[in-house]
Design a protein. Structure first.
Length: 161
């Protein structure tokens, strides 16, 4: 969540949905937790440059019907006040990825919030190694990132050694 009135999410998570389809569950890492606080969105805003199937601008805001009250389990995320101008400034730093996504394409969502610790890579590294020419990614990267990694898209992952 960004503040008491808005929640930040991925635009692809809202594909084909309306606000009537959304119930936002807060304060638990279990999707069906009956003790979790349930709230509704009155509106959502998908980034105007987002294109379904691509990774660019994959962000949306959910505007809540009423402000949240923060507590030990529900609190805002930390976001920078100003956008960075150097896309490689955070290379080699750690980042945590979380979500309820499925483990397979078109699979069912996870019942428990999953997380992974990743490293941020430089744009040059990602464009050199995670492209069809680099041989690691295949067609999914080519369709999701037709212009490769751009300065407004963070590249993160892990390396198996």
């Amino acid at each position: 969540m960004v503040n008491q009135n808005f929640i930040l999410t991925a635009a692809h998570c809202l594909h084909g949905l309306t606000t009537n389809d959304l119930v936002i569950s807060l304060g638990s890492d279990l999707i069906q937790d009956v003790s979790a606080k349930k709230v509704k969105a009155q509106q959502f805003y998908v980034h105007p440059l987002y294109k379904d199937g691509e990774a660019y601008f994959d962000v949306a805001l959910l505007e809540l019907t009423s402000p949240l009250q923060f507590d030990a389990k529900i609190y805002p995320i930390c976001l920078p006040e100003v956008a960075g101008s150097n896309e490689n400034a955070r290379a080699n730093q750690g980042v945590t990825l979380t979500g309820w996504g499925s483990l397979e394409r078109s699979g069912t969502p996870s019942e428990k919030l999953r997380q992974a610790q990743l490293s941020i890579f430089s744009q040059q590294y990602c464009n050199r190694t995670h492209t069809v020419q680099g041989g690691l990614a295949g067609l999914r990267i080519k369709s999701a990132l037709p212009a490769l990694f751009q300065p407004n898209l963070m590249c993160a992952g892990y390396q198996v050694r």
